[in-house]
Write a protein that binds this ligand. Sequence first.
Ligand code: PMP
Ligand code: GLN
Length: 381
Amino acid sequence: MRNIHTKLPNVSTTIFTVMSKMANDYKAINLSQGFPNFKTDKKLIDLVTIGMQKGHNQYAPMPGLLSLRKVIVEKTNALYNSDYHPETDITITSGATQAIFTIISAFIHPGDEVIIFKPAYDSYEPSIELFGGTIIPIQLSAPSFTIDWKEVASKITSKTKMIIINTPHNPSGTVLSKNDMLQLEALLKNTDIILLSDEVYEHIIFDGQEHQSIARFPGLAERAFITASFGKTFHTTGWKMGYCIAPKDLMTEFRKVHQFNVFCSNHPVQHALAAYLKTPEHYLSLPNFYQEKRDVFLSLIKDSKFSYIPAAGTYFQLLDYTAITDESDVAFAERLTKEHKIASIPVSVFNLNQQDDKVLRFCFAKTEDTLKRAAEILCNI
Ligand code: PMP
Ligand code: GLN
């Protein structure tokens, strides 16, 4: 046996891979891993082809194509009244996951403390651990998942280097309010704490609510990275394209690592995105588009034994199954996939000490036909 001194002793294969594989193996409808099952806009695909045919097939500039950076910064400044600059404050990345990993690797030294909120997207913790950071988890409670900012204040020490927030929130589907952001802003005043604000679902928010980007709050923006994902916004999770935005001094540090991590991201796709983003409708239509899917899904399962609070954002809906069984969420998710042919994500895997609130996460970024077939199964349970 080879003796491997693992850097991640507590990490196994991510739940997204486990559940998607189980869905395939058992021919179940896959509402587990978050990705759309409908087609990507042909216009965007054609733009990538044009980018390749025009010969943009070699390395892109290290921070990303300037025309793409410009259009993103213009969009961000227009939406959130911020003041970012395309030359210095944005880098195009190979998905938000790479941005998150690179931010953590650039700033976290051994012994630095990073506050995260559980349930948390599963890439944060291993990334922190790899660079010797100490994770300070704060468990949020279902079903509201609201943050108690007094509790956060009590966890801040002289070693706190970073706080990671995520709104709209995966997996809970909740969003942070303006009041949350103001409280966070007050809390971080006069500190050197860096904020990582994971906003990959910024355009997937419902019921007329406005996304509270940290870019709207100068006291937060001055210390923060925003991470974003074109996979989520343009139904292209397989392209692994995203970006991050931050003030110049933070971004300079980010690029020191980024250039040796990936150097640059996919070049023809950057040309395509730069052209596609010129039509704001392409992202401003998302709230209605996904709200309709959420509402179709929820109306179809309203007579089932599952209970729920409608998701306020993201394309995930939590369903509480306490009226059905007292099985663990992991066991129930497995049984649903194998016996009932529908795959979901057990939320406990994202919780502190695998706390089991008996809720499963279902992805509704699916065609109406898929949602109907899924709902039929759920109503029979
Ligand atoms: N953060 C959150 C909260 C996510 O749900 C995801 C998954 N899309 C990511 C980051 C990673 O995004 P990407 O696929 O662009 O790496
Ligand atoms: N963000 C997606 C989800 O939450 C999956 C990302 C991944 O598979 N790593 O389901």
